[in-house]
Design a binder for this molecule. Structure first.
Ligand SMILES: Cc1ncc(COP(=O)(O)O)c(C=O)c1O
Length: 348
């Protein structure tokens, strides 16, 4: 039997709440409609049209799947030949948090060091240069996530530089957009959805962490990668008979800009947290640019905060202090941020 949480509020992650009420309403209103299965329903068609329109890619191929690990492994396994590998930051989600899902599809991940969670062109080039012949795997793709694991956000010039190094070396660029909403509404961001779709070969738009019950939209922007993609989705067990469930959610998210409004709310609350924490004299592990922030607190302060709030410890950064991860969401009440900062004040 599970026990009720004893903390006042959790800043664990951005999927602790269920779904935005508009999404539940849409699911309820369309509940008794009969729809064709496997993503060929009217809701999925409507959602795909809205997405193509929002990304200014009238021919983009879109597949709705249920989760991020699933999207990543379908995408990467589909575009890699058996001997090809993918380059990713050592801190990248596929490298650390997916139980070897990518490796289980038969592909090595070439990991590169990264100080801020981002992959740089120089490090991509170094991996390419080190793989010279058929006695080694052949790097063929670059995996990035935006937002990164450290909550940082790629700027257009950075994606341009990555795209250029990929093109120069015959590499495909794949973007994991579990938190793409947060990246696109980041106060430091300068990319919009068309800008992402133009610069990468394939990517996904995360719903799970931005107000959906669950679901991600995998977008195949590069026409050369589209052939047979539904077979790849099906073979990985991801072609949903009730595709309508994810379709209805994305249709709702991309009508009236709900997707962007929800992401902006999460970012605003994270920025308020970051500013309040910095104003009280604490530093952060990485620049606060999204809905994930990483303040550094002494152990005693962490223990005090945990009396009322829940969050993950991220990394030890000295003998007596750690960076913690605070995640805000589309549903984080502004009052809970105030409570956190007021409580922090009492611990000084
Ligand atoms: C960047 C990123 N990619 C992928 C995933 C995996 O998503 P899921 O847990 O739905 O498989 C996550 C989940 O936390 C994530 O943060």
């Amino acid at each position: 039997m599970s026990t009720a949480p004893t903390h006042q509020h959790a800043f664990f992650d951005d999927y602790s709440e269920g779904a935005h009420p508009d999404i539940l309403r849409r699911l309820s209103e369309t509940n008794l409609n009969q729809e064709i299965g496997y993503g060929e329903d009217r809701l999925s068609a409507r959602a795909a049209d809205l997405l193509r329109n929002a990304m200014a890619q009238p021919n983009a191929d879109i597949h709705f799947v249920t989760g991020g690990t699933q999207a990543n492994l379908i995408a990467l396994a589909a575009i890699l030949k058996p001997y090809e590998s993918v380059i990713a930051a050592a801190s990248g989600h596929i490298a650390v948090h997916e139980a070897g899902a990518i490796e289980a599809t038969g592909h090595r991940i070439n990991q590169v060091e990264s100080e801020d969670g981002k992959v740089t062109p120089q490090r991509v080039q170094a991996v390419v240069d080190a793989h010279t012949d058929e006695h080694m795997v052949k790097p063929r793709a670059v995996y990035i996530s935006n937002v990164t694991e450290l909550g940082t956000v790629y700027r257009a010039a950075e994606l341009d530089a990555l795209s250029a190094v990929c093109k120069a070396n015959g590499l495909l660029l794949y973007l994991d957009g579990a938190r793409l909403g947060s990246a696109l509404t980041s106060p430091v961001g300068d990319l919009d959805l068309p800008g992402i779709a133009r610069r990468v070969d394939l990517f996904y738009i995360g719903g799970t962490k931005n107000g959906a019950l669950l679901g991600e939209a995998l977008v195949i922007a590069n026409p050369r990668l589209r052939e047979g993609f539904r077979y790849h989705v099906k073979q990985r067990g991801a072609l949903l008979a009730k595709g309508r469930v994810v379709g209805a959610q994305f249709a709702t998210l991309f009508e009236d800009d709900l997707f962007f409004r929800l992401a902006r709310h999460a970012n605003t609350q994270a920025q308020r947290l970051a500013e309040g924490i910095q104003a009280r004299g604490f530093g952060l592990l990485a620049q606060p640019q999204s809905n994930l922030i990483f303040p550094i607190f002494p152990d005693a302060v962490i223990a005090g905060l945990r009396r009322r709030f829940a969050f993950h410890t991220w990394a030890r950064v000295g003998t007596d202090r750690s960076a913690v991860r605070l995640a805000t969401s589309w549903a984080t009440p502004a009052g809970r941020v105030d409570d956190f900062l007021n409580h922090l004040e009492t611990l000084l």
